[in-house]
Design a binder for this molecule. Sequence first.
Ligand SMILES: [Zn+2]
Length: 208
Amino acid sequence: MEQQQKPDFLFLGGDVALDFVNTVMVVGGRPADLIATPADLGAWLRSSPIAAEFGAPTKVDESVHEQAIGLRSAMRDAFSSLAEGRPVPDAALAGINAVLTDSPGTELRSTAEGDIVEVPRVDLAHDDRWTSWILADAAAKLLGSDLRRRLRRCANHDTCVLMFVDTSRSRTRRWCSMELCGNRSKVAAHHARSRPARSTREADERSV
Ligand SMILES: [Zn+2]
C-alpha cells in the first residue's frame, strides 16, 4: 500500500483554536485530516502551544479523540460562519457548550516572576480527558473576544480552507501564509500577465 507523507502540522492561525480547526486542510487537491487517529492527535498536541501550558499526553484514548473530532466540526462551523460574515449557528455553539459543561476546575500557580495566576487544573501529560475542554475553552475565549471580528479565510479559495485571525495592523492579511498561498498566488498572477491566452483558459477551468 502506498504511504503518503503527511504534511507538517501548521500553526499559523494566530490562535490555537484556529490551528486545531486547520488540521483539516487541502493536500494535493483533496481534503486531508492531519489528526485522523488518536496517535495523530497526540502528536498534534505535543507540537502545539498547549503542551507548554497544559502538558501533552503520550497516548490519546479513542474516546478522547472522538470527542475532539466532534468538537472540531462545531468549532469550524462557528469560525467559518464568522469569517463569511454570518452569525454563528446555534448548533455550533451547542456543540462547543456540550464540551464546556464538564469543567476541570482551576488552581493557583506561582510563576517564575513571583506572580500568582489562576489556571485550569489540567495536566494532559497525566490525564488526557480534558483535551477537548482545553480546546473548547480556547474557542470560547476567541468567540467571546473582539478577535472574532477578525476571523478570515485564506483568499486562495480554490485550493485552501485554512483560517486565521487577522492581527495585522492594517487588517489586510489575505493569506494563511505567504509561503503556502501568497507566493503561489503571486506566481499565478505573474503567469497570467505574461501568458494571457492560457491564463484565461485556466481561470475558466477554475471557476467551474
Ligand atoms: Zn492558504
